[in-house]
Write a protein that binds this ligand. Structure first.
Ligand code: NAD
Length: 472
C-alpha cells in the first residue's frame, strides 16, 4: 500500500492535492529500470546527451505556462514561479552547451619518477545519482544537480519535497515527451521515500536542512556512497561606514526578504557601524514598510506567503524570543492569516544580540535583524560567530575594500557590493564551510566533473618486476 500524503495550498491553507508516496519496492523497480538504460545512455556520447537535454529544454519551454501555473500553486508566488521555470530551461541549455567544453580529453602520460610506466585516465560517471530537494525553490533545486549528472552519463532519480510536489507531476509527461522517462525519474514522498532512494543510488545530492543533511550523510556513509550536501545558512551582511547608505538599505532589504526570505542564501543578519546605525535603521524601516504582500492579488506585491505553514511558527518563535530578550521590532513582526495562508511583512529588528535565536538559528523568513558594531574586527567576529558557513556579503565603498573584508568571513561564497548573489549567478565554484554542507561544488565546472570517478589505466612499458626483485 502506498501512503497518501495531503498537500496544502500555501495561499489558502487548504489540502487540495495528494500524492501517493513511492514505496521502497517501487523505488527498487524504478532504479532497475533506470539502470537498464544507463549503459546505452552513456554509450550514445555526450553530444547526443546534450541534444536530448536541449530537446527537453525546448519542450519545457513549449509547456512552460502549465509548469509555471503549477509551481505557482506549490509556492504561492507568480513572478518567482516564472523566473524559476525559465531559470531551469536556461540551466538545461547552458549545461548542454558548456559540458562538451568541460569534458577532459585524457592522454597517455609518462611516469614522472618511474619512466617505464605510463598512464591514461578515463572519466566514468556514477550510474545512478539520487537527488533530494527542499520546498523553497522546488523545481530549480530538483534540476540543479540532475542536469549535469545526466550530461555526465548518469541516470537520475529525483525526490522533490512532499511540501511542494505538484510541479513534478506536470513535468513528468514533458520528460516522457523528450524520451527521457527512463533516464530521469521523479519519485514522490517524504522522509521514508528519501531514505529508500539513498539505498539504490551510487551518489546522492541533497539540498535541505542541517538536521536532515546529517541523516542523509549517515545513511550515505553506511552505504559508502558520496553525499553532496547543500544545507542551511545564516548569512551575514557587513556594511561599512563608507558604503552608500541608500544603496545599502535597499540591498539589505532585497537580499533578506526576496522570496519571503525562503532562500538558503538570504541575508539573515546585518552588521552596521554604530556611527550610522540610527540613520540606517530609519531608512531600512521606511523602505520595509513599502513592501507589499502579493495578497489578495497574486499578480501584485513583492512577497508571497510562507510555503510551509510550520515555518511561520518557527519564525514567530524566533521573533518572540528576540523581543523577550530586549530586541525592538520596527516593522512587521506578526504572522498574518490572510485567506488561510500565513504571511509576514518584512520585519526589521533593532537592538539584537547573539544571545537571541534570531541571530543564531536559520530563520528562513522575511526578517532583517540588524546589529551595530564599532570596529571591522568586531563585525568579522560576529559574522563568524555561527555554526553556518554557506555564504555572506560585504557592502563597502568599492569591490576591493569589500573583498578585503570578505576574505575573513568563513563561508563558501561572498557577495561583494551586493548580497545573496549565489541565487543569481551559478558560474563560480563554491563549497560550504562549517555545517552548511559537504562535498564538491554544485556551481562552476566542478558541478559537472563531480559526477565522474577517475579511473586509471597504468601500463608498464618494460618487463614486470619479479618477486625476487623485492627479496630482503
Ligand atoms: P528538509 O531537510 O526538511 O527536507 C529536504 C528534503 O529531504 C525533503 O525532500 C524531505 O522529504 C527529505 N527528507 C526528509 N527526511 C529525510 C531522510 N531521513 N532521508 C532522506 N530524505 C529526507 O528541508 P526543507 O525544509 O525542505 O528545506 C529548507 C532547508 O533547505 C533550509 O535549511 C534551507 O537553508 C535549505 N536549503 C539549502 C540550499 C543550499 O543550496 N544550501 C538551498 C535551498 C534550501
Amino acid at each position: 500500500m502506498n501512503e497518501t500524503i495531503d498537500i496544502k495550498n500555501p495561499r489558502t491553507g487548504e489540502v487540495d492535492y495528494h500524492i501517493n508516496a513511492t514505496n521502497p519496492a517501487d523505488i527498487s523497480n524504478l532504479a532497475s529500470r533506470a539502470l537498464a538504460v544507463q549503459s546505452e545512455w552513456l554509450a550514445i556520447g555526450l553530444e547526443e546527451r546534450c541534444k536530448a537535454i536541449s530537446t527537453f529544454a525546448d519542450l519545457l519551454e513549449t509547456h512552460s505556462t502549465s509548469v509555471i501555473r503549477t509551481l505557482e500553486i506549490d509556492t504561492g508566488r507568480r513572478m518567482l514561479a516564472r523566473a524559476e521555470t525559465l531559470g531551469v530551461i536556461s540551466n538545461l541549455r547552458n549545461w548542454a552547451s558548456l559540458a562538451p567544453t568541460l569534458m577532459p580529453t585524457p592522454e597517455w602520460t609518462q611516469g614522472r619518477a618511474k619512466h617505464n610506466f605510463k598512464h591514461i585516465n578515463e572519466y566514468v560517471p556514477y550510474k545512478l545519482v539520487g537527488v533530494i530537494s527542499p520546498w523553497n525553490f522546488p523545481m530549480m533545486l530538483s534540476f540543479i544537480d540532475a542536469i549535469p549528472a545526466l550530461l555526465a552519463g548518469a541516470v537520475v532519480m529525483i525526490k522533490p519535497s512532499e511540501v511542494t510536489p505538484r510541479f513534478a507531476d506536470v513535468v513528468t509527461p514533458i520528460i516522457k515527451a523528450a524520451g527521457l522517462q527512463d533516464q530521469l525519474i521523479f519519485v514522490q514522498g517524504g522522509s521514508a521515500t528519501g531514505a529508500a532512494l539513498i539505498d539504490h543510488v551510487e551518489c546522492v545530492c541533497f539540498t535541505g536542512s542541517v538536521p536532515t543533511g546529517r541523516k542523509v550523510a549517515l545513511k550515505a556513509a553506511e552505504n559508502l556512497i558520496p553525499a553532496n550536501l547543500e544545507l542551511g545558512g545564516k548569512d551575514p551582511l557587513i556594511i561599512t561606514k563608507d558604503a552608500d547608505l541608500n544603496a545599502a538599505t535597499s540591498l539589505a532589504l532585497r537580499a533578506s526578504v526576496l522570496a519571503t526570505g525562503q532562500a538558503c542564501q538570504s541575508i539573515e543578519r546585518v552588521y552596521v557601524p554604530n556611527a550610522i546605525y540610527e540613520t540606517f535603521m530609519e531608512q531600512l524601516a521606511e523602505k520595509a514598510r513599502g513592501v507589499k504582500l502579493n495578497y489578495p492579488d497574486i499578480s501584485k506585491g513583492h512577497i508571497g506567503p510562507f510555503i510551509f505553514e510550520r515555518q511561520a511558527s518557527i519564525v514567530a518563535a524566533q521573533i518572540e524570543d528576540a523581543k523577550a530578550k530586549g530586541a525592538k521590532v520596527l516593522t512587521g513582526g506578526t504572522i498574518l492569516s490572510h485567506g488561510g495562508g500565513r504571511w509576514l511583512e518584512p520585519t526589521v529588528i533593532a537592538s539584537v544580540t547573539h544571545d537571541m535565536d534570531i541571530m543564531r538559528e536559520e530563520t528562513f523568513g522575511p526578517v532583517i535583524p540588524v546589529m551595530g558594531y564599532e570596529t571591522i574586527e568586531e563585525a568579522l567576529f560576529l559574522a563568524n560567530d555561527t555554526e553556518f558557513g554557506l555564504s555572506g556579503a560585504v557592502f563597502a565603498e568599492n569591490i576591493d575594500a569589500a573583498k578585503a573584508i570578505g576574505k575573513h568571513i568563513e563561508a563558501g561564497a561572498i557577495s561583494l557590493m551586493d548580497g545573496a548573489l549565489t541565487g543569481q549567478y551559478f558560474d563560480a565554484g563554491k563549497q560550504s564551510f562549517k555545517n552548511s554542507g559537504l562535498g564538491g561544488s554544485r556551481m562552476g565546472v566542478n558541478g559537472f566533473l563531480r559526477f565522474f570517478r577517475q579511473k586509471a589505466y597504468i601500463a608498464n612499458t618494460t618487463a614486470p618486476l619479479r618477486l625476487e626483485d623485492f627479496s630482503e
